[in-house]
Design a protein around this ligand. Structure first.
Ligand SMILES: [Zn+2]
Ligand SMILES: [Zn+2]
Ligand SMILES: [Zn+2]
Length: 328
């Protein structure tokens, strides 16, 4: 059973998804449902002996194309809606033990093209108001399957984090006539103290206001709103900067570095969002090689994050670990 319940105190939707309790939890590598199906072995999600990058619908979705009727009736205060939407899984590689960081830039480039394609396809559905592409990596962020993969949630509404960014960037444009993120990017690239890496089309930096010690944002220099605006060169340059940031992350503590990756684009509800600016945000849970950052009282209960490091110091640390990208 799944349904959307509205929180009138915060103006947010919560999805119940009780069937997800039964989903596969950290299976041994031999029983990975995301590996290619091996001859004579149990069938996996991918009935092919091999694949490159593949996207398919999640078997345990919290949003469905044809959702069931909610288990309970709503009223004036307690709004309930069917959980319509789409949940997709994107497998980055048939190799169980790799990660995006470890893959050559050519594969990351291919993934950027897949992201663009899935965005274009999901955007066509009238019920999809927002296409959210993301990755949870590592047990530290609650990953249940180790096979390298990302996800897409196609929501029937604009999610609150993006809604807030949209509102504030719209206000800023009304007041100044400029784009907030263009101005932020300008400040970051001019000062350079929080920059991780740069190329012709993108800059990666730890923002001035980072919540997490190693939070990195990647923004295009050009004022664009979604993957659909990308030029051929921008697709390649995004792959290159992603490769640099992810490889630097792995070098940091000499381990596969856990993170949440969130891609922020314009909504797909048919309105115009010329004031918005595409970007990617990484939230790594690690504070040090041993310590994790947990969301505690101030973060979870009040919304104020405490970052016990300075972005300028952490940026210098990461920047030193960036290496040039080699295209074959
Ligand atoms: Zn696998
Ligand atoms: Zn902009
Ligand atoms: Zn954002």
């Amino acid at each position: 059973m799944s349904e959307l319940r509205y929180n009138p105190l915060l103006g947010e939707w919560i999805a119940t998804a009780t069937q997800r309790q039964d989903r596969t939890f950290l299976p041994p590598a031999d029983f990975c449902p995301l590996c290619p199906t091996k001859p004579g072995k149990f069938p996996t999600e991918v009935p092919e002996p091999d694949y490159d990058i593949v996207a398919f619908e999640n078997r345990f979705p919290s949003l469905k194309r044809e959702p069931e009727t909610p288990s309970i009736e709503g009223d004036e205060i307690y709004n309930v809606e069917p959980s319509i939407g789409v949940c997709e899984v994107i497998l980055y590689s048939p190799d169980h033990s790799t990660s995006l960081a470890a893959e050559p830039v050519e594969r990351i480039h291919k993934l950027v093209r897949v992201w663009r394609h899935r965005f274009e396809e999901l955007e066509k559905h009238g019920f999809v108001k927002y296409v959210f592409i993301f990755e949870n990596k590592g047990e530290a962020v609650g990953v249940t399957l180790h096979h390298p993969h990302g996800q897409i949630y196609a929501y029937p509404f604009v999610p609150p984090v993006v809604a807030k960014e949209l509102e504030l960037s719209s206000n800023y444009q009304e007041e100044t006539g400029r784009c907030l993120l263009c101005d932020i990017l300008d400040k970051e690239t001019t000062s350079g103290i929080r920059i991780i890496s740069e190329n012709d089309s993108f800059a990666a930096y730890i923002p001035f206001f980072a919540r997490y010690p190693y939070e990195v944002h990647i923004s295009p220099r050009r004022h664009i709103q979604a993957f659909t605006d990308f030029s051929v060169a921008e697709e390649r340059d995004l792959a290159a900067v992603l490769k640099q940031v992810l490889a630097a992350y792995d070098r940091l503590f000499d381990r596969s570095f856990p993170y949440i990756m969130a891609i922020h684009q314009r909504p797909t509800d048919g309105s115009h969002y010329d004031h918005y600016h595409f970007h990617i945000e990484f939230y790594p849970p690690m504070r040090t090689a041993e310590k994790l950052k947990y969301l505690a009282g101030s973060e979870a209960g009040a919304g104020m994050f405490i970052n016990d490091t300075l972005p300028e110091v952490k940026a210098e640390e990461l920047r030193k670990l960036v290496e040039p990208v080699e295209w074959k």
